[in-house]
Design a protein around this ligand. Structure first.
Ligand code: SAM
Length: 224
């Protein structure tokens, strides 16, 4: 049986991403933090980056995004084995504008260009070349949005962000309930694997946008 696809598909009282980010603003305010960074893995056309700026301006000094700007990579054997559960995801799908188009769009909407950096390329190639010390020196990571759909992509991202997180970082996993919510597939699998060896623990905050789940990061060694 085939179904038509309608956008938007979220209904009812599902918490919107923008309202979640508005609450995060309140949470940052009451946490007394200094300005920091917003990191995003999976920028597409920049809609979530824009929501972040709309809600968090003043608390974020740097918006740093990472995307191929060419859609999803070739599915590796793990993602191929899971593909029956998310059949619309294939190489080259989920492709938005070019890096320059998305950059121009976000600047036109109001993100100051000196505060915006978009890194282009597949994570496997680009992330190992990023200077994480320089990224961390920009300020504490207040929000990290992981929205890159696949297990293989998310796995590289979780390993990359390990030294960039701080106590209290909001970790927003946009694809948590994909693959029918199974912990054996997709972003959730990569997340569980990373948590099993990470120095960070997570406090579950709640769900957003239907597919996503928000967490707050804490230092495990302080657990005692
Ligand atoms: C669902 S879209 C992001 C949507 C965006 N956060 C929003 O809500 O507006 C997923 C993005 O992840 C990117 N992506 C997935 N795997 C990637 C990889 N391995 N390297 C680079 N980009 C990747 C795709 O190019 C795509 O733009």
């Amino acid at each position: 049986m085939s179904h038509s696809y309608y956008e938007p598909t979220q209904h009812g009282d599902v918490l919107s991403r923008l309202n979640l980010l508005r609450f995060i603003r309140e949470h940052l305010y009451h946490s007394g933090v200094s300005a920091g960074t917003y990191l995003e893995f999976g920028v597409f056309n920049g809609d979530s980056m824009w929501d972040a700026h709309a809600a968090l301006r003043g608390f974020i000094d740097h918006y740093v995004g990472f995307d191929s700007f060419a859609g999803l990579p070739r599915l590796d054997t793990n993602d191929q084995a899971s593909a029956g559960l998310m059949p619309n995801w294939a190489e080259g799908t989920v492709r938005g504008g070019t890096r320059q188009q998305v950059f121009n769009h976000l600047v036109a909407k109001g993100i100051p260009k000196e505060k915006l950096t978009l890194h282009e390329g597949f994570y496997e190639d680009t992330l190992p070349k990023i200077d994480r010390q320089a990224l961390a020196a920009l300020g504490p990571c207040h929000v990290c949005m992981v929205d890159c759909d696949l297990y293989s992509s998310s796995k590289v991202v979780f390993d990359f962000i390990e030294p960039l997180l701080v106590e209290g970082t909001w970790l927003l996993l946009d694809d948590y309930f994909c693959y029918r919510g199974s912990p054996r597939h997709g972003q959730r699998r990569a997340f569980e694997e990373w948590l099993s060896h990470s120095r960070w623990g997570v406090t579950e905050w709640g769900t957003f946008r239907g597919w996503g789940k928000a967490f707050l990061v804490y230092e495990r060694s302080a657990e005692g």
